[in-house]
Design a protein around this ligand. Sequence first.
Ligand code: NDP
Length: 332
Amino acid sequence: MNPPEPYLASSARYDSLPYLRCGASGLLLPKISLGLWQNFGLTHPLENSRALLRRAFDLGITHFDLANNYGPPPGAAETTFGCILREDLAPYRDEMIISSKAGYLMWPGPYGDWGSRKYMLASLDQSLKRTGLDYFDIFYSHRPDPNTPLEETMGALDHAVRSGKALYAGISNYSAEQTRAAAALLRRLGTPCIIHQARYNMFDRWVERDLLTTLSQESIGLIVFSPLAQGLLTNRYLHGTPEDSRIAQGGPFLTSEDLTPEKIDKARRLNEIAQARNQSLAQLAITWLFRQKQVTSALIGASKVSQIEELCAAVTAPLLTAEEIARIDSIL
Ligand code: NDP
């Protein structure tokens, strides 16, 4: 195979995507960030992964989100990212915010899962090695661990920052109550919790119950994962299941069982609202999120360059009117 064309980032990369402050921190994040959970494993062509990362960076996406277990197999997304960083993006390292996480099963035995200090810090070292990075910009506890004292997990995040292996600490999938407790512990340790990564989309509004209020009170920014409900809130499944879609690819995280007639019907009706605004359904799903002031960034996934381009174009769309929001609520 021919070596890839050398990469020179677009000189227009900071011309269009806005950057929002993450909570009360000094960190600005792009309104659209790119996650590497899917489409960056060994089963995906390296050249497509490279095209996605290059185009994202050219469009002003400075934030790339990883976790120890992203693949397949687990670890492969970090390895892929490390390879493309070395070959293409290394000159731009100081223009990038790269995150990783530990919290889900990564290696066998009692020390490869959940939230112990042993696991968190060993996993961080492994992630640094796979990516070839000296440090992550953000390191997260990927999920709360009911069997480890929260003090211990937060102590591990604090240590990660103090040791220079991470610049900021974050949490993911914590309830409002767990978030309050984690934020208090981290504040006491002198390493503020600046970011929470949570699922939020038109089909899953759990954060509206009490997490959004807590995040405001604690001055923590929200980065939203699966803003398109893994593709259900796009035109992908409005007329069947395309062969190259996440569902047809047969991964464990989105299956045909998730594609209920009720969801397809809602997606079609939401699509009509989008069309009336000259938007795609995916773009509407992004616009809808930013009506909440706590949302710092929409953390998207993509299998194609055109999907990233379409979503970046959504950030300049007019705000939703009260009437449009009410119509969306009535559909949901
Ligand atoms: P999305 O909800 O954005 O779904 C991404 C999928 O939607 C794409 O793979 C693609 O599907 C489809 N899509 C994207 N753009 C378009 C478009 N313009 N038109 C049509 N279809 C489109 O996010 P993910 O569920 O992938 O999650 C994003 C990131 O969030 C992850 O990579 C990860 O970083 C993070 N995450 C964090 C979790 C946590 O526990 N903290 C859990 C899950 C995710 P197709 O592949 O079919 O083309």
